[in-house]
Write a protein that binds this ligand. Structure first.
Ligand code: PLP
Length: 364
């Protein structure tokens, strides 16, 4: 039997998403206990301590299925962001949402547009449903919105925009994004991925959910994995028109988000003071990392997220390995067609300091 013959078209030439290396694995391999992971844009401060308040009560109820409608989390989100409960959809991470959108709108006859150097999950979900992915060359490591409009075909149903983008950190300013949305034909869905919204909106404006009233073809997704420090729980959400939310709920698995995640996300959302502290720390530490990397002679891409991508002036897989041997996990951007770029997440002051030390010793 030839399994390859049985596999859906589109799946066969997919490569699995390469996650950041877990700290535990590296510590075991090197026989150390102080490895530093700055590879997956996680919040180095962890989650709000408020999530621990009564999480034990939730743990004791884990023989029960979670709330399949995520009623409480949805209404916490709706209240906080001034949208209607029925516009909110909860995902098992926002990657779950990205997949729902591809499954709802794309079939084998359709195409979807995304930018070069954009988030790796977009081509994965597009190809997995057998649709055609149109990758538009980036301009200065940012989305080339004019070219993205130019690339629209008769069969284009979906456009992905990551703002800020991962891994480049690039950011499309408010007016530019609005003018792009005005030009996208109404019968094309735009998924605006705002996984780093908390960072990008901290000091300067970013697009808020109110524009959904103007653009009914827009879906805006956000994540609890980054600023909210809940990457391990897998929870994210999107806000859209009620009509789109209804379709999202049709493809969603009944219990896609678990009870601990639902509880933690709700508590985390309520603790804005903690988030603000994390965002402030990120801003200060990102500035330090940026200046130090520049002073070491590396070109850094400006970033509105909690990470910096920089040209390490050598094969980034080799540079990644050298740092790994020193107990520091970063990310090589070779898989993003940026063979000389490393991405480092902004960590705690002592982690950033150690990273800079190692980079001075091993790469310079
Ligand atoms: C991290 C990330 C996500 C989502 O991650 P989840 O953990 O699935 O919420 C989505 N988009 C981008 C651009 C990201 O970097």
């Amino acid at each position: 039997m030839d399994i390859k013959e049985l596999v859906n078209r589109g799946i066969d030439d997919l490569s699995p998403y390469e996650p950041g290396k877990p700290i535990e694995d590296l510590e075991r391999e090197l026989g150390i206990n102080n490895a530093i992971k700055l590879a997956s844009n996680e919040n180095p401060m962890g989650p709000s301590p408020k999530i621990f308040d009564s999480i034990e009560a939730v743990l004791k109820e884990t023989h029960r299925y979670p709330d399949g409608n995520a009623t409480r989390l949805k209404s916490t989100i709706a209240r906080k962001f001034n949208v209607k409960d029925e516009q909110v959809t909860i995902g098992n991470g926002s990657n779950d949402i990205i997949e729902f959108v591809a499954r709802i709108f794309l079939s084998k006859e359709d195409s979807a547009i995304y930018s070069e150097h954009a988030f790796a999950v977009y081509p994965l979900v597009v190809k997995a449903v057998g649709a055609k992915g149109i990758e538009v060359p980036a301009k200065d490591f940012s989305h080339d919105l004019d070219q993205m409009l130019e690339s629209i075909q008769d069969n284009t149903k979906l456009i992905f925009i990551a703002n800020p983008n991962n891994p480049t950190g690039s950011f499309i300013e408010y007016d530019q994004l609005i003018s792009f949305l005005e030009k996208v034909p109404e019968n094309i869905i735009v998924l605006l991925d705002q996984a780093y919204f908390d960072y990008s909106s901290f000091e300067t404006k970013d697009i808020e959910f109110d524009i959904l009233n103007r653009f009914p073809n827009l879906i805006m997704s956000r994540s609890f994995s980054k600023a909210y420090g809940l990457a391990g729980f897998r929870v994210g959400f999107c806000v859209s028109s009620r009509e789109i939310a209804d379709y999202l709920n049709r493809v969603r698995q009944p219990f896609n988000a678990n009870s601990l995640a639902l509880y933690a996300a709700e508590k985390a959302l309520e603790d804005q003071d903690f988030i603000d502290k994390c965002l402030q720390l990120n801003l200060e530490q990102k500035e330090i990392l940026f200046e130090e990397l520049i002073s070491l002679g590396y070109d850094c891409l400006p970033s509105r997220g909690n990470f910096i991508s920089f040209d390490c002036k050598q094969d980034s897989r080799e540079a990644f390995n050298k740092l790994l041997m020193e107990g520091v996990i970063v990310r090589s951007l070779a898989v993003y067609k940026m063979p000389n770029y490393l991405r480092v997440s902004v960590g705690l002051p002592e982690e950033n300091f150690a990273f800079l030390e190692k980079i001075r010793q091993t790469l310079s």
